[in-house]
Design a protein around this ligand. Structure first.
Ligand SMILES: Nc1ncnc2c1ncn2[C@@H]1O[C@H](COP(=O)(O)OP(=O)(O)OP(=O)(O)O)[C@@H](O)[C@H]1O
Length: 268
């Protein structure tokens, strides 16, 4: 059995609407898996199932070889981190404070406990702050560390949100449209970060990526899962799904998708 994540026969219904139907795929350890599909295909619903915000109507998840019933409040403890389609930062806290919050569950004491007025260790908090600064530096956002997150430009907020997810050293990192709202100059470093992550730490990190930006998907993913109307219509390497007629049909109707055509179609 895969040491990573296994999604087995997952279905979700909202009343009469079938948002996901019999979706199965796995995310092997230390790999990057992309989930793509047209608007309304079920990508966000799938992410919400994996992160415990939606309980599937049927099917199951297995994480690191064990049955997995994710709960949003326990994700970091389970080794899972997720970024949101927006950014979801605390606007009045500084960038570095937001990043520190991403790690508090990993620590006995720290910034979270300070916020809650619980006993804490100053040494722990100093170490955490240093680590948060290091992540901001890695993501090219060190100069905004002391600024309230709400005052930062959107692409910078996205970097801070990514740093907040990474500081927990997740074994499964779920990225929800990380390229959304970013300029071309941000995409190269983002792609490099995503491809480096799975092999960077002692504990392997798997990445699941929902993304409309096809160039990024094709560049960084080991595997791509294509959803359409809640069903998985193709799974394979980026090259395989690009030449799969079912994918062309899902996106464009008839013609096989050119990479640039997919990008244009799906980012509009
Ligand atoms: N809470 C909900 N209640 C009812 N229907 C929902 C709910 N959430 C999603 N849906 C429906 O489920 C289907 C799948 O939606 P979902 O947001 O997962 O698609 P998506 O692939 O993420 O789309 P997009 O690319 O536009 O974000 C859509 O038809 C959507 O309208």
């Amino acid at each position: 059995m895969s040491g990573g994540l296994v999604v087995d026969n997952v279905g979700v219904r909202f009343g009469g609407l079938v948002a996901l139907e019999s979706v199965s795929f796995d995310v092997p350890e230390a790999t990057v898996t992309g989930v793509i599909g047209p608007n309304g295909a079920g990508k966000t619903t799938l992410f919400n199932v994996i992160s415990g915000f939606i309980k599937p109507t049927n099917g199951s998840l297995t994480w690191e070889g064990k049955a997995f019933s994710p709960k949003p409040n326990h994700l970091v403890r389970d080794g899972v981190a997720r970024t949101l389609q927006g950014v979801g930062l605390f606007p009045l806290l500084t960038a570095v404070e937001n990043v520190m919050l991403g790690a508090t569950i990993r620590r006995k004491a720290g910034f979270g406990s300070a916020l809650l007025g619980l006993p804490r260790s100053d040494r722990d908090e100093a170490a955490l702050r240093k680590e948060a600064h290091e992540w901001l530096e890695r993501l090219g956002a060190t100069d905004v560390a002391g600024r309230p997150a709400g005052t930062l430009a959107y692409p910078v907020q996205k970097r801070v949100a990514l740093a907040r997810a990474l500081i927990s050293r997740p074994r499964l990192l779920m990225l929800d449209e990380p390229a959304g709202g970013l300029g071309a100059e941000d995409l190269g470093p983002l792609a490099e970060l995503i491809t480096t992550l799975p092999r960077e730490w002692d504990t392997p990190c798997s990445v699941v990526l929902v993304e409309h930006h096809m160039d990024l998907v094709m560049k960084v993913c080991d595997k791509v899962v294509v959803l359409d109307f809640g069903r998985c219509v193709a799974t394979g390497t980026p090259a395989q799904v690009q030449s799969d007629p079912a994918v062309a049909a899902a996106y464009l109707g008839e013609e096989p998708p050119e990479e640039s055509a997919l990008t244009e179609e799906s980012t509009s």
